[in-house]
Ligand binder design. Structure first.
Ligand SMILES: Cc1cc2nc3c(=O)[nH]c(=O)nc-3n(C[C@H](O)[C@H](O)[C@H](O)COP(=O)(O)OP(=O)(O)OC[C@H]3O[C@@H](n4cnc5c(N)ncnc54)[C@H](O)[C@@H]3O)c2cc1C
Length: 814
């Protein structure tokens, strides 16, 4: 061990790529002392050195866009602060569309950009040629310009961050490899390195493509995998000039930027090559992989189409370097579920240079405050599952994940690789009924049903897709008759033990000290009153609670509840998700259908809304919850897995007389929106409190003290200033998806959190938060004139203070 090797630190940042440097920089900016960054070889030697350095700002979601925007400002300012140049230039970027559909995607993107304050304008082909003289435009449908995008020098930018961190007191050590993270009772206590041990309170795994292996040593799932990623640099080309904007032709998979008078050209191929399945060689540093011109040919062909001068240009070098990608092409941040003070910032999906500034800041704040400053669910490590670290799953998905970045981002687009991972017991039956499946959390879920003779596959478009009418029929079956949907993907937890009630009373905003058989809809709040989870808690016994949450939130919600059970409490949480399937039997005729199969009294008096009991049903005894996410009379049946098919068959046999319809999850979504029900992750989340979200009815301030109560009391005192409202478009034609800007009296005020078509209403629905610093009330909301920007067209919208369907909730209680 070297003489001055530290034996103690507050935080150890593992990895000296741009992300690790940014995390260390931002921690020291927040005043953290004893920050040590360890790099196994040399700073930037992993992937960072090889990057093209494109720094685009517009990302898939508002939060990620804000992080990228921050990065551009930071990189522009670092030289003045640290004395180390970053090479950042705000030379802008051009985006081209080859098809009408891609133009529609960009027109939606442009509207979104506007709501983030990012300049993005459509420009003429002549203007594009002025900015980028070598561009070929004959085959294009549109060109766009983003003047504030930039490029940076990745190595210099990482070095500037490292220098800034050092100047603020961090120690940056090269040639030190972390061999393991030390944990005691699930809490970080130190790291083992090839130079000795360092005791520490926190670690941040910024190990790039090494992060997965290092995580596995601590039993942690960090699902990422490397793929070969490449670009070429040419000798100088006439017509290429310094300061020229970068150019992206996503339909052709390629990007270009100026590099010493020539062009750097690379891209994101639809079928990528995973790399490093058998491990990463120990000596890897600034390592280039073998040139693969066959793999590169798709870029070359397309790049020549866009820039014919490339055909005769001399290629100086082909660089091929591995970069890590994740199953959903979004990076991974946050505290590892089940472990305390183990943070991750990795899996940058080839936007690591553009995102490192913001990601490093976000993680540093997360560590400092104990929570992110802004909700980062899209990149939160808790969106993943332990099984997703499976090597074959990752290998196969990564072939697709790379191309996703430039692929057409169709609404409802489903992955084609690594499919069929989690299937409900009903899967084959549903497939036989014409189900078209989509994936959430690895679960194959029936999204819609094709009629006989039609292939059950998506025909993507920005307008009404091929399933629109079938989903509408499923929607109406639930409104008018009876439908059954499979939601086996729901996560089921059991909390048991004599202290269970006490524990849940502290965690839940609603009162769960209820009689046996009562279902409670509740939010779990953070200390700031924000909504961390949205779920139901059913009391089965004095000391036994059945908790149901959305499948996508399984890891997160389990972790939240478990980590809030006080040490020593006699309450144990078990994940029983694999033990139950779930069928929703919904619609005004659901009682009639179930009555054919059960002797149980299903009358309103005997089995009221929000109650639960185990009933005989066919040959099985499922737990029936009288709840509904679609706003109709109905029951959710939680069926012990092996009884699933017998119940399913009995339901559909008995349902023949009632014209029972299988219902897909697209219909579930449109049904719930028509009823104004919220969805955690789009309409509500940690940055919204229940009052703003219209969920005040589920908050019991006068019960025992619970997490978030203080904050809610303060908010109550302050008065409501922000409110989630439902909109419908006056024009029945346009469709809403998400993030469309909302205008009030001509002024941009909000964005749509989620949209769907209200088939009963015959118009698109969406939701958005309205804010009035003076205080918000119905009068103020109704006094506004609203419009929503759909692909650049201002569509008048109506605001609904009550859900358009069954505003009094009579049908639920019928
Ligand atoms: C060809 C190419 C072009 C690209 N173009 C762009 C672009 O234009 N724009 C953009 O935004 N992004 C681009 N990228 C992606 C970008 O380079 C990456 O996303 C980014 O560099 C990832 O940074 P990182 O810090 O996560 O990983 P890395 O740079 O790989 O850093 C991880 C570091 O951790 C160290 N390490 C690992 N394990 C240990 C351990 N146990 N102990 C100590 N140290 C450890 C490694 O040695 C490594 O230095 C490109 C990538 C490639 C390959």
């Amino acid at each position: 061990m070297a003489k001055d090797f530290p034996t103690q630190a507050r935080v150890v940042v593992i990895g000296g790529g741009i992300v690790g440097c940014s995390v260390a920089y931002h921690l020291t900016k927040l005043g953290w002392k004893e920050v040590v960054l360890l790099e196994r070889k040399v700073l930037t030697c992993g992937t960072t050195w090889a990057a093209a350095g494109l720094v685009g700002q517009l990302r898939a979601t508002p939060a990620l866009t804000r992080l990228a925007q921050y990065g551009t400002k930071l990189y522009a300012a670092l030289e003045e602060e640290t004395g180390q140049a970053t090479g950042y230039t705000a030379n802008g970027s051009i985006l081209v569309a080859r098809t009408k559909a891609r133009k529609r995607e960009y027109d939606r993107g442009r509207a979104m950009a506007r709501s983030f304050g990012i300049e993005m304008e459509e420009i003429s082909f002549q203007e594009a040629k002025k900015l980028w003289p070598l561009i070929h435009t004959d085959d294009l449908t549109a060109t766009y310009y983003m003047p504030k995008d930039g490029t940076t020098n990745p190595v210099d930018t990482a070095q500037a961050l490292a220098k800034g961190a050092r100047q603020n007191g961090a120690r940056v050590l090269e040639g030190v490899k972390v061999t393991g993270v030390e944990l005691k009772n699930g809490t970080v206590t130190g790291v083992e390195t090839d130079q000795g041990r360092i005791a520490c309170e926190y670690v941040v795994n910024c190990g790039g493509m090494w992060a997965r292996e290092l995580g596995l040593k601590s039993g942690l799932s960090i699902p990422l995998f490397a793929a070969e990623h490449m670009h070429i640099v040419t000798k100088p080309i006439e017509g290429v000039s310094k300061g020229m904007p970068s150019l992206r032709d996503m339909d052709g998979y390629v990007y270009f930027r100026e590099e010493v008078g020539g062009l750097m050209m690379g891209g994101f191929e639809p079928r990528a090559k995973p790399w490093g399945m058998r491990g990463i060689p120990e000596e890897f540093q600034f390592t280039e992989l073998n040139e693969d011109w066959d793999q590169f040919s798709i870029f070359m062909d397309n790049a020549i189409q866009r820039c014919p001068a490339l055909a005769t240009a001399e290629v100086r070098h082909l660089t091929s370097v591995p970069e890590s990608f994740t199953p959903d092409t979004a990076y991974i941040l946050g505290q590892a579920p089940g472990l305390r003070n183990y943070f991750v910032a990795a899996g940058m999906n080839s936007v690591g240079i553009a995102s490192a500034g913001g990601a490093g800041k976000a993680v540093a704040e997360w560590i400092d405050q104990g929570h992110p400053t802004e909700d980062l669910w899209d990149v939160d490590i808790r969106r993943f599952f332990p099984w997703q670290v499976n090597a074959r799953y990752l290998h196969d998905r990564i072939t697709e994940a790379v191309g996703n970045l430039y692929a057409h981002h169709w609404p409802f687009k489903q992955p084609v690789t690594s499919r069929g991972v989690r299937r409900s017991p009903f899967h084959d039956r549903l497939a036989g009924m014409g189900a078209c499946f989509g994936v959430v959390a690895g679960w194959e879920r029936a999204n819609w049903f094709a009629p006989p003779g039609m292939e059950a596959s998506y025909g993507y478009s920005w307008g009404r897709q091929n399933w629109f009418d079938y989903s509408a029929a499923e929607h109406m079956a639930v409104r008018e008759g009876v439908g059954v949907y499979d939601l086996t993907s729901m996560a089921v937890f059991l909390l048991q033990g004599p202290d269970s009630e006490q524990v849940l009373q502290r965690i839940c905003a609603n009162d769960v000290a209820v009689p046996k058989g009562q279902v409670v809809y509740t939010q779990l709040l953070n200390q700031r009153g924000g909504i961390e989870a949205d779920l139901t808690v059913t009391r089965l016994e004095e000391d036994l609670f059945f908790i149901v949450t959305a499948g996508a939130n399984e890891t997160r919600d389990f972790d939240w509840i478990r980590s809030h059970i006080p040490a020593g409490a006699r309450a144990w949480l078990t994940n029983l998700s694999s033990g139950y399937s779930m069928l929703g039997v919904m619609g005004p005729r659901s009682r009639e259908l179930l009555a054919k199969l059960t002797p149980a009294d299903l009358s309103n008096q005997a089995f009221p809304y929000t109650t639960a009991r185990v009933i005989d049903l066919a040959y099985a005894r499922p737990l029936a919850l009288r709840m509904s996410y679609v706003g109709e009379l109905g029951w959710e049946l939680y069926i012990p897995t092996e009884f699933s098919l017998s119940v399913f068959e009995a339901l559909f046999e008995a349902g023949k007389e009632l014209d029972l319809k299988p219902v897909g999850l697209h219909a579930l979504d449109s049904l719930r929106l028509e009823k104004g029900y919220k969805h955690w992750g789009s309409d509500i989340g940690p940055d919204h409190d229940p009052f703003q979200a219209g969920l005040g009815f589920a908050v019991k301030l006068d019960k025992v003290d619970f997490i978030g109560r203080e904050a809610l009391l303060a908010k109550q005192e302050e008065g409501l200033k922000r409110k989630l409202v439902l909109f419908s478009l006056e024009d029945p034609e346009p469709l809403l998806y998400h993030d469309e800007p909302i205008f009030r009296n001509g002024e941009l005020v909000s964005a749509n959190t989620h949209g769907a078509y209200g088939h009963l209403l015959g118009r698109s629905l969406g939701m958005g938060y309205l804010t009035n610093p003076e205080g918000i009330d119905e009068g103020w909301i109704l006094s506004g004139r609203y419009e929503i920007d759909v692909e650049g067209r201002m569509v008048p919208a109506r605001v609904h203070l009550k859900p358009p369907h069954d505003p009094e909730g009579k049908r639920l209680r019928s």
